[in-house]
Design a protein around this ligand. Structure first.
Ligand code: 8YV
Length: 322
């Protein structure tokens, strides 16, 4: 049998591209810019599989009606809100993700964001770089303690639990979480307590960290009303998906200081980040770096390769989501 044709939509770490080329007839996107809708549509008709990423909007109109040559969308990443699963199923396309291998990288970055926003690191960096630092003073850029503070986690899957472990064991934080599927065993293992509801968690927490997937149920989960439930001294951290937060309401809350600050890695209309947000000193803003370590990105690519390999070998698809 001839080797399956795999369209790879973005450049991947060298080790991953080499491993893919050894197994499949790989078509790379040399320009490394996101494929357009028509380009993705064509890729689905001309390849046996597409290795896609978060920048590929695989909506129903892009997937289109059968017949489609593509049999597998092997996503590079754990979140798959950019893929219309129902449309993929209808077109006879299976979908896989890369869970687990980016958990530590994303949880580490979350702790970095908690520290950065609480200790005003961005403000300090900007002050120094613009030549505005005239020397140490006892009251300059005072932040708040992270050690011992209360952390509220929304979404308690692998990443939420990994953040809870770091926060509890490393920083002595008191951790509560909310998830629609309360996992008593996981909670016990990380010493966290389940909250009754999102609304009960928000007024309690000094830091609220989001770790749920973007679904119709979590769209704007954090809206103006819920931002209003947070304490004035509290911070919002988002390393999940921009869609979970109403960005307009968040900008207003930050401008009016009804919450103390936000640290964001993800945005509603990536790569567009509203100018109002970029103008705020009490916002720490990163360009979707959650899994951006050499180790994690290589492991993600190799995991996508395992899915491709297992699928075309006719076995189970290990990380199937559709
Ligand atoms: C990935 C992510 O880098 O895996 C995810 O869900 O958000 C990121 O860590 C990105 O999705 C790559 O496709």
């Amino acid at each position: 049998m001839s080797r399956p044709v795999v369209r790879v939509t973005r450049r991947l770490p060298g080790e991953v591209e080499a491993a893919l080329a050894a197994e499949f007839r790989v078509e790379l996107n040399a320009s490394d810019t996101p494929l357009t809708g028509p380009e993705l549509h064509r890729a689905l008709r001309e390849s046996d599989a597409v290795l896609c990423t978060v920048t590929d909007r695989l909506a129903a109109d892009v997937i289109g009606a059968p017949p489609v040559r593509c049999r597998l969308l092997a996503n590079f990443g754990v979140g798959y809100n950019h893929i219309d699963l129902a449309a993929a199923r209808a077109a006879g396309i299976a979908v896989s993700t890369t869970p687990g291998v980016l958990t530590d990288a994303t949880a580490d970055l979350t702790m970095g964001l908690i520290l950065a926003v609480a200790r005003r690191m961005g403000e300090g960096e900007r002050l120094l770089r613009r030549g505005g630092w005239s020397g140490w003073t006892p009251t300059q850029l005072l932040g708040r303690d992270v050690s011992g503070a209360r952390l509220g986690i929304i979404g308690f899957g692998r990443i939420g639990q990994a953040v809870a472990r770091r926060a509890g064991a490393g920083f002595g934080m008191e951790v509560r979480f909310w998830t629609p599927r309360a996992d008593a065993h996981a909670a016990l293992a990380v010493g966290a307590e389940a909250a009754e509801s999102v609304d009960a968690l928000l007024p309690w927490a000094d830091f609220v960290s989001l770790h749920c997937p973007a679904t119709p149920e979590t769209h704007h989960l954090i809206d103006a009303r819920r931002l209003g439930l947070m304490r004035r001294e509290a911070f919002l951290i988002n390393t999940a998906r921009g869609d979970v937060v109403d960005e307009v309401a968040l900008v207003k809350a930050l401008q009016e200081r009804t919450i103390a600050g936000a640290a964001l890695d993800v945005y509603q209309g990536e790569p567009r980040v509203p100018a109002e947000l970029r103008g705020l000193e009490n916002a720490v803003l990163l360009p979707h770096l959650g899994s951006a370590t050499r180790e994690a990105r290589t492991a993600m690519g190799l995991r996508a390769l395992e899915n491709l390999w297992a699928f075309f070998a006719g076995g189970d698809l290990p990380d199937r989501v559709a």
